[in-house]
Design a protein around this ligand. Structure first.
Ligand SMILES: [Fe+2]
Length: 339
């Protein structure tokens, strides 16, 4: 009952957000959700906000186990001007954002916004111009780069190649045809070549194992050879990570998905979720599925990994180089215009 009381706040917040996403009278706004979605007040609040802006608002409730690969979902998504994704389906693969249906909707020109974080996080990290600017300049710099090198005092030292791959940013605003974003978020990322990673990736206690929705409790060392995680060693979290990736039953679960950095100083490291991915100057290097692409500039990954796993890992006190140039040094930007 009490979550419903937040809806008074929510309609105003969604109206603000939909204006940022340039919703126009007569546009079709599709709210996609499922019975297991935790934030019951979001779909009606978004529906009211879209209606108040003169848009045609629809709510599509999928059954809780579907993979978004049937004709009805596909056609509906491709007919929308703006899709608000309020669902974590399909489970395991990083949600609907890594489905062909999503890619097809973006290709057809839909704007797509993911909304699934708790109310206080939506409010705390409302989109702003500073995060958008950092995102755009960061993605421009990352897109030019061919090599990403990550190092840390904890022992991380690994290289990822990205020759020819695009880069993207998230700032919580989907305002161009074919652009995906997630409210709230602030980050810059790209899909490295899936056979390129080499070195050692060290996760420290207190870093975030987002695929398990919690902070790491023990040190984990990934040994990476020829693009693939060859060995996972360390404490209990090493065993749990190995089990999680093995459950996917495919080789891609041991290859990388995306790599980049956070750009929002309002993110709270104590709160696991988009706070973890967005925290200013932290490094996010994820494993698994990355077949997500979008035609708008600096949106989408263009990856080739079709794994059934997707596992985000967010690390503090880490540094990142692009083509040998120091970009992030222990959560501070060495290149001032990127911070
Ligand atoms: Fe991810």
């Amino acid at each position: 009952m009490f979550s419903e009381l937040g809806s008074a706040d929510l309609v105003g917040m969604f109206t603000h957000e939909l204006r940022l996403c340039k919703v126009q009278p007569g546009e079709n706004v599709l709210i996609f959700t499922d019975p297991r979605f935790l934030h019951l007040a979001y779909p009606p609040a978004a529906f009211a906000a879209a209606s108040s802006l003169g848009a045609n608002a629809y709510i599509l409730v999928s059954q809780g186990d579907q993979r978004l690969d049937d004709a009805l979902v596909r056609a509906t998504w491709q007919s929308a001007d703006l899709i608000l994704g309020m669902s974590m389906l399909p489970r395991g693969i990083g949600s609907w954002m890594y489905t062909d249906t999503h890619n097809a909707a973006l290709k057809a020109g839909a704007r797509v916004l993911m909304v699934q974080e708790p109310l206080e996080v939506l409010k705390r990290m409302l989109p702003n111009e500073q995060v958008r600017r950092r995102g755009l300049v960061g993605a421009q710099r990352l897109q030019e780069a061919k090599e990403i090198h990550v190092v840390s005092a904890a022992g991380s030292d690994y290289v990822l190649r990205k020759d020819g791959r695009k880069a993207m940013y998230q700032c919580g605003i989907a305002d161009e045809p074919g652009r995906w974003d997630h409210w709230p978020s602030g980050l810059v990322t790209c899909a490295p070549l899936e056979d390129s990673a080499e070195g050692h990736y060290v996760i420290e206690p207190g870093d975030v194992l987002l695929g398990m929705w919690r902070h790491a409790q023990s040190r984990v060392v990934l040994t990476i050879e020829k693009g693939k995680i060859a060995k996972i060693e360390g404490g209990p979290d090493a065993y749990l990570l190995q089990s999680h990736l093995e459950r996917a039953g495919d080789e891609g679960a041991f290859r990388f998905a995306h790599a980049g950095w956070g750009i929002d100083e309002r993110a709270d490291w104590g709160h696991v979720g988009m706070d973890s991915e967005s925290k200013y100057g932290t490094i996010l290097v994820a494993i698994g599925r990355n077949i997500f692409d979008a035609p708008a500039p600096y949106s989408g990954l263009g990856g080739k990994n079709v794994s059934e796993a997707h596992f985000d890992i967010c690390c503090r006190n880490t540094s990142l180089y692009l083509d040998g140039e120091l970009i992030v040094e222990n959560e501070q930007f060495a290149v001032s215009e990127l911070g």
